[in-house]
Design a protein around this ligand. Sequence first.
Ligand SMILES: Nc1ncnc2c1ncn2[C@@H]1O[C@H](COP(=O)(O)OP(=O)(O)OP(=O)(O)O)[C@@H](O)[C@H]1O
Length: 312
Amino acid sequence: MLKISNISKEFGKNNKKVQALNHINLQVDKGEIVCILGHNGAGKTTLIKCISGLIIPTSGEITIDSESVIKNSNIPKNKVGAVLEGSRNIYYYLTPRENLKYFGLLNNLSKREIEERTEYYLNLFDLKNRENDMVKQFSRGMQQKVAIMVALMKEPDILLLDEPTLGLDIISSSIVKNIIKELSEKSNKTIMITTHDVRLIENLDSRVVFMKEGRLVKDDYLSNLKNIIGQEDTYELVITEQSFKRQMNELIETDYQVIDNRENLIIINTTSKKWIAQNIDSLDIININKKEYDFEAIYRRILEEGAINEKP
Ligand SMILES: Nc1ncnc2c1ncn2[C@@H]1O[C@H](COP(=O)(O)OP(=O)(O)OP(=O)(O)O)[C@@H](O)[C@H]1O
C-alpha cells in the first residue's frame, strides 16, 4: 500500500517561494487506479516525482508497504516505475527489444527474466511485429507504449504515468487506456495517472483526486462524483474538423463544448437533442455516444465553483 502522509514541498527561497504541495494525505491500495487532476501548476507532477523519489518533500512522509521512500531511496527504485511527461525514459536509436534488454540489465535482472518479460510485454503491447525497428521511427503512441514497457521491466508495484495520452490520437489513447486497465486488473499494479484527458478519465471510471494550488481538494470515485451534477443526458459527438470549420459560423456556441481536437477529428459534448437534430445533416458525424454525465461539468463544479465539501 502507498501511503502519503502530510507531505509539503516548497521550491525557491524567501520572497520567491512556491508552495507546490501543501499537506497532502493520500492512501492508495494495491491494484487501484487513481487519476490526479487539476489546473496547470496544481502540483500533480511534483506529487508524482515525490512518490518516485526524484524530489524530496520539504516535510511529511511517503511509505510503500510501510517502508519510507524518503529515508531509503532503494524503495522507489525497486518498487516504482515512472513515465514522466517530457523526460522520455527510452532510447530512440534502440529497438523496443534493445531498450527492454538495456533497462533490464540496469535493474539487475537475470538473462532469463529479461527474455521472459520482453516477450510478455512485446505481446501485451502488441509490438511483437515491430520489435526490431528503431524506436525513433515509431509513432508517438508506439513510443509511449515502449516507455511504459520500460517502466514495467522491473515489475514495479506502483506505476506512475504523467500525462500518458498527451499528444496521442484517439485510437492510441484508447490502447493506452486498455493497457492501464489490464495492468491493474491482471497484474494488480497500483497505477497513478496525472491527466487532463477527460476521455481517459471517463473511460477508466476510477478513483479521482483533484488538486488545487498544492492542496488535495477532493478524493472520490467517479461513480460518486457523477452525483455532484444533475442527471441531464450528455451526448458526445465525434465530427470531422473540416465540417466543423465549415459550419462554425452557423453553430450556436452555448449549445456545445469542444472537449478534444485530434487528428482531424473534433469531439464535442452537448446536452441539446435539438442542437443535434438541427446540425445532423451539416456536420460529418462519425459517432454519437450518449453519456450518463458530463465530466467537464464535474471538474468545473469542484475546481472552479468549489463543490469541495459536498457529500457525493
Ligand atoms: N523545480 C522547480 N523549481 C521551482 N518551481 C517548481 C519546480 N517544479 C515545479 N515548480 C512549481 O511548482 C508548482 C507545481 O508544479 P507542477 O509541475 O507540480 O504542476 P502540475 O499540476 O503538474 O502542472 P501541469 O498540469 O502544468 O503539468 C508550479 O507553480 C511550478 O511552477
